[in-house]
Design a protein around this ligand. Structure first.
Ligand code: IMP
Length: 176
């Protein structure tokens, strides 16, 4: 375990098993359809790469980058730093997030993307912190519900570090 962590919340094996289950659900739910996955950078990149390898559908992948965080706290203001390069009109879209915390980011993205007239739009997130929600959002695919702790690893960062850890861990208070 990394020295700056107080505990490992989810092991690599637990995460990989759950991602395979979610990929099977998506494959079943969208049978015979093309899907359009939108990865929300940067946090999604490890999760998305494991997820897509296990989805057995024709899959289009694009990315958006948004910023709403500086350090640990959500500012509540979402800015699009990188937008899609393709149209999503008439497409079955799934937004792929690393974590939904207050819900402000995903709520803003859903509202914005719905104006572009996708056929359907759903959310798939590796982690969910239900106790932190400030707005109500519907999450169709959730890897794990976790407690209100600041976690890193598997794509999630603290000031851009720890994304490469192959597990989800809790940062020690003194590091934050
Ligand atoms: P929300 O808008 O509060 O739902 O925040 C979503 C974004 O905040 C995620 O995409 C993450 O980038 C970041 N975030 C929220 N909680 C954590 C955490 O525990 N660790 C790392 N990043 C987090």
């Amino acid at each position: 375990m990394h020295k700056n962590l107080s505990e490992i919340l989810l092991t690599r094996e637990q995460i990989e098993k759950r991602i395979k289950e979610i990929a099977s659900e998506i494959t079943r739910d969208y049978e015979e359809k093309d899907i359009f996955l939108i990865g929300i950078l940067k946090g999604c990149f490890v999760f998305l790469s494991d997820l897509v390898k296990n989805i057995k559908l024709d899959t289009n992948i694009d990315f958006m980058m948004v910023s709403s965080y500086e350090g640990r706290q959500s500012s509540g203001i979402v800015r699009i730093l990188l937008d899609l390069r393709q149209s999503i009109e008439g497409k079955d879209v799934i937004l792929v997030e690393d974590i939904v915390d207050t819900g402000l980011t995903i709520n803003y993205l859903l509202k914005t993307l719905k104006t572009r007239k996708p056929k359907s739009i759903e959310v798939c997130t590796l982690l969910n912190k239900p106790s932190c929600r400030k707005v109500n959002v519907t999450l169709k695919y959730v890897g794990f519900d976790i407690p209100n702790k600041f976690v890193v690893g598997y794509g999630l960062d603290y000031n851009e570090y720890y994304r490469n850890l192959p597990y989800i861990g809790v940062l020690k208070d003194e590091v934050i």
